[in-house]
Design a binder for this molecule. Structure first.
Ligand SMILES: Nc1ncnc2c1ncn2[C@@H]1O[C@H](COP(=O)(O)OP(=O)(O)OP(=O)(O)O)[C@@H](O)[C@H]1O
Ligand SMILES: [Mg+2]
Length: 319
């Protein structure tokens, strides 16, 4: 079993509004709502890929009920802790005439210590039947910035593989807890190591630097694939996966699709290169779809042929 954790779950509302202008009144021509938050998106993609997954996290109020009902309607197994305050609704307006997307994210609920404690117990219970736990997305208000780090330490003790995708201070704390895998995009990685990457060799160095902060493996994703520092026969190895970037229909959620593909392959016991290859193929496939975590598994498998993966070396003077 794979568990995904979404501490700041949301209802994502997408509105299609032609000729959207600030300060005007509009009518939508199309709208849809989906349960969201990174862990939820990853669970949706894992389910589409045929993997056994349970989505857990925190959900509150009428919006929380809506999130759980939507997941159930999609036949995604879920087990959320109900919290007192209302979960977020995130609204995005897409103007189909020019492809521009505007997003407004609500601030989200504040979570009490007692609610966090209940969640921790639930997660450790669920983890008993799990091989991999994926922790993804932002933290809600009111919780300690090292909450992911605390959960990772406890999950590691329970012998579960931990994968983390978040940013800022929660990420900094999390990497120090030595998770199995961390998978930032370029911006998140730059913030984590504290400098920008201009050239390819700096990106290679970056995943090394991240691994030195604590995680066993680090994957940095970008539009043309990913750079990764992974363990092969127990030894750290730099890998590069490449795909021809496409013109995305919706870029949001491509990281979630990447991670779902990567985790699905890992759960099946594939080699590190195959895991990266499938992740990149799933990420690329999802850029053709509106709606985070939506993925066509057949098309993703076909795209694997378009991904090149292999070892890369650091230039001699820096290695
Ligand atoms: N334009 C693109 N063309 C092809 N593949 C893409 C493109 N953009 C992203 N991908 C794929 O998706 C993966 C993740 O992309 P990216 O690094 O942009 O994620 P992200 O910024 O974490 O996204 P999010 O957090 O919104 O889900 C990449 O590794 C790549 O495989
Ligand atoms: Mg991401």
């Amino acid at each position: 079993m794979i568990i995904t954790v979404t501490l700041n779950a949301a209802i994502d509302k997408s509105l299609s509004v032609p000729n959207f202008r600030l300060g005007r009144r509009h009518r939508t021509v199309e709208q849809r709502t989906m349960a969201g938050g990174k862990g939820v998106n990853i669970a949706r993609a894992l389910k589409a890929l045929g993997q056994p997954v349970i989505a857990t996290g925190l959900a509150g109020g009428a919006t929380g009920t809506h999130i759980v009902e939507q997941l159930t309607a999609e036949a995604i197994l879920n087990d959320f802790v109900r919290i007192r305050e209302e979960s977020r609704t995130n609204t995005s307006v897409l103007d189909p005439t020019n492809g521009e997307q505007t997003e407004v994210n609500e601030r989200g609920p504040s979570v009490s210590e007692q609610e966090v404690e209940l969640f921790r117990d639930k997660l450790l219970y669920l983890a008993r039947g799990a091989a991999i736990v994926v922790l993804a997305g932002s933290l809600p208000r009111g919780v300690e910035l090292d909450l992911y780090a605390t959960l990772i330490r406890e999950l590691q003790k329970a012998g579960v593989t931990t994968v983390i995708d978040t940013d800022g201070d929660p990420l900094l704390h999390a990497v120090r807890a030595e998770p199995d895998v961390v998978s930032p995009n370029v911006l998140e990685a730059e913030e984590l190591v504290g400098h920008e990457f201009a050239a390819e060799e700096e990106r290679l160095l970056a995943v090394r630097e991240i691994v030195e902060l604590g995680p066993r493996e680090a994957i940095m994703t970008m539009a043309d694939g990913c750079v990764a520092d992974v363990l092969i026969d127990g030894k750290s190895s730099l890998r590069r996966a490449r795909i021809e970037p496409r013109e995305p229909i919706a870029k949001r959620g491509s990281g979630d699709a990447f991670l779902a593909g990567y985790v699905a392959a890992r759960y099946e016991g594939r080699s590190p290169d195959q895991c990266l290859r499938f992740g990149v193929a799933c990420g690329a496939e999802s850029t053709g779809r509106l709606g985070a975590g939506l993925i066509d598994p057949k098309e993703a498998r076909r795209l694997m042929g378009a991904v090149e993966v292999g070892a890369v070396e650091l230039p001699a003077e820096v290695s």
